[in-house]
Design a protein around this ligand. Structure first.
Ligand SMILES: NC(=O)c1ccc[n+]([C@@H]2O[C@H](COP(=O)([O-])OP(=O)(O)OC[C@H]3O[C@@H](n4cnc5c(N)ncnc54)[C@H](OP(=O)(O)O)[C@@H]3O)[C@@H](O)[C@H]2O)c1
Length: 170
């Protein structure tokens, strides 16, 4: 069975996911949305993001992209890249891999992705860690919904791949 690759990210209006460390906004409803969607899933995270989220993975199956050994109890969670992660999900009988960042992992996974679930935050960071370009022509927007009440600070936006990319995985 093909493993479906889903990227989930919160991105600023000028295309950044972070100023360098941590998440640059406080959006409780969006955090709940992220938890709800990713609960019970196979996740792929970069080692830096994994360390930032320590203690968070009680109801998930995290795989961590790293070139190093991971500390106990996560020794078995390390992977060298997206293809290895997809292989691990398939071996485990899973149907989806949810890619949760950071930038290095989004960049590596973009060419493999079938779906993007983005929180488009209506705030400009002016610099920082960039999200990869969503190539027009490869993606179709399937959903846009204002999140966060009457005066939304962000939109939840879904994209489905309509054309393969030219890069790795595409
Ligand atoms: N807004 C959002 O939705 C969102 C989501 C997630 C994260 N973030 C933010 O993004 C920032 C972190 O992003 P980041 O890009 O600096 O770090 P990252 O992607 O979380 O992790 C980087 C690490 O991944 C490993 N790695 C990268 N490429 C690899 C490869 N080809 N093969 C094997 N391992 C590889 C390396 O680990 P080793 O050094 O161990 O080898 C590298 O140091 C944080 O500020 C975080 O808060 C934002």
């Amino acid at each position: 069975m093909k493993v479906r690759v889903v990227i989930i990210a919160a991105v600023s209006a000028d295309g950044f996911i972070s100023r360098g460390t941590g998440v640059p906004w406080d959006l409780p409803e969006d955090r709940a949305h992220f938890r709800r969607l990713t609960a019970g899933r196979w996740l792929l995270l970069g080692r830096r993001t994994f360390e930032e989220m320590t203690g968070w993975f009680r109801e998930h199956r995290p795989l961590v992209m790293t070139r190093r050994a991971l500390p106990s109890p996560w020794e078995g969670a390390g992977v060298a890249g997206v293809e290895e992660a997809v292989g691990r999900v398939a071996e485990g009988g899973g149907g989806e891999l949810w890619v949760c960042g950071g930038a290095a992992v989004y960049e590596a996974a973009m060419g493999y992705a079938d779906e993007l679930i983005l929180t488009e935050v209506k705030e400009r960071l002016g610099g920082g860690v960039a999200f990869p370009v969503v190539e027009a022509g490869e993606w179709e927007m399937t959903r846009r919904e204002g999140g966060g009440g009457e005066n939304p600070r962000y939109d939840w936006v879904g994209y489905e791949r309509v054309r393969k990319g030219t890069g790795k995985g595409g």
